[in-house]
Write a protein that binds this ligand. Structure first.
Ligand code: COA
Length: 161
């Protein structure tokens, strides 16, 4: 059985992420959504909130486990026995960044291959920072995130983002 890992900051988990994940589930028997604790940047949602939101957004998706991880992704991959990393690639700049990450992760763990998913379902304009900004300015983000993430954003209204 090939285990695949879909890692990210997921601040928050968007419908773009969900689209990639659902398509990955059509290929792999088990997909682990791995929420990174150490992302090198200040996040709007805490580590625990990001894990809980991804869990809630994906509660009806079979074959998926959501976990948090600390430290290097390549080491986390090793600890799970996974051999595939999944990444969504929306445009040319994502491709440059993701190619660098794929090379580095492969250099750190020769047993891991990265597979890119293009945005075939109209999700190419979704990003976490845009969702946070639209929400901060009072806009409707329901086209970009699941209802449970909308509620979490509402609950944090007024918090710096
Ligand atoms: N659809 C919609 N949005 C997408 C998307 C898709 N298919 N794919 C990415 N995004 C967006 C996210 O919303 C986010 O937007 P934002 O920057 O505006 O907030 C951005 O693209 C990337 O976020 P995310 O998808 O959560 O992934 P990431 O690039 O933050 O993940 C890690 C990076 C966590 C995988 C990487 O930093 C890591 O591995 N960290 C662990 C430490 C490590 O091993 N470092 C060395 C790595 S080589």
């Amino acid at each position: 059985m090939t285990i695949a890992i879909y890692a990210g900051t997921f601040d928050p988990f968007t419908l773009g992420h969900e689209d990639v994940l659902r398509r990955a589930c059509q290929i792999f028997e088990e997909v682990i959504v791995a929420v990174a604790a150490d992302t090198g940047r200040q996040t709007f949602f805490s580590f625990q909130e990001r894990v809980e939101l991804a869990q809630a957004a994906l509660k009806d998706v079979k074959g998926v486990r959501v976990v948090g991880f600390q430290g290097l992704l390549s080491e986390f991959v090793r600890s799970t026995g996974a051999s595939v990393l999944i990444r969504g690639v929306r445009n040319g700049s994502d491709f440059d960044y993701e190619t660098r990450m794929a090379c580095v992760n492969h250099a750190l763990n020769k047993n891991v291959q990265t597979i890119f998913f293009p945005p075939i379902n109209g999700t190419q304009s979704i990003s976490g920072s845009l969702v946070r900004e639209i929400h901060r300015l009072g806009g409707d983000v329901s086209a970009f995130v699941s209802p449970v993430v909308c509620q979490a954003l509402e609950a944090k209204k007024g918090t710096a983002q």
